[in-house]
Design a protein around this ligand. Structure first.
Ligand SMILES: [Mg+2]
Length: 178
């Protein structure tokens, strides 16, 4: 079993925003047809999380998209795993009448991780609706240069990393504690 707790990162609207048209501000880089904006403080955030947690990525983007994006934003980070759309389960949402990609953490458990010691960052809670206990909800990022979500999120994640059961902590009001 792994020593550090596992933190699973989402990409789109969590760590970056990939826009089809350039916004009012200059993007950080262009990738294929996308203008990509890194969430402010992303580099520091990844550095801090890497020292405190074992980190992994689970995106509902395609494999190529995810690999290209990581080559830009985290070229030197060693992830425990990188899951893409292929590991998601396509589901129909009867309320919103659309399809979405579910991230079923059963697949993480099957990879040998104890789900009591796993957190997943997600801006779209329905994607982890089977495992709300592992969710840390992150406000969606759409490229705003004034965004300040990551520094308090880092403080929060560092503050709970030694808890024995991460699932038993109520994480819904995490902003109030940091
Ligand atoms: Mg997302």
């Amino acid at each position: 079993m792994n020593q550090k707790d596992l933190l699973i990162l989402d990409l789109d609207e969590c760590l970056i925003h990939a826009a089809e048209k350039e916004l009012d501000t200059t993007c950080d880089f262009v990738m294929d047809q996308f203008f990509v904006y890194k969430r402010p403080h992303l580099d520091e955030f990844l550095e801090q999380m890497q020292s405190a947690y074992a980190i992994a990525v689970w995106s509902s983007g395609t494999e190529l998209y995810v690999m290209e994006l990581l080559a830009h934003i985290a070229p030197n980070i060693k992830f425990e795993f990188v899951f893409d759309r292929n590991r998601c389960t396509r589901r129909f949402d009867p309320e919103r009448k659309d399809h979405f990609f579910l991230k079923d953490l059963k697949k993480v458990k099957e990879s040998g991780f104890d789900l009591d010691r796993v957190l997943i960052l997600e801006d779209e809670p329905r994607k982890v609706s089977r495992h709300f206990g592992n969710l840390v909800y992150v406000r969606p990022f759409y490229g705003e240069r004034s965004d300040e979500e990551l520094p308090p999120l880092a403080r929060y994640l560092l503050s709970i990393k030694d808890e024995s059961n991460l699932r038993s902590i109520d994480k819904r009001l995490w902003r109030k504690g940091v």
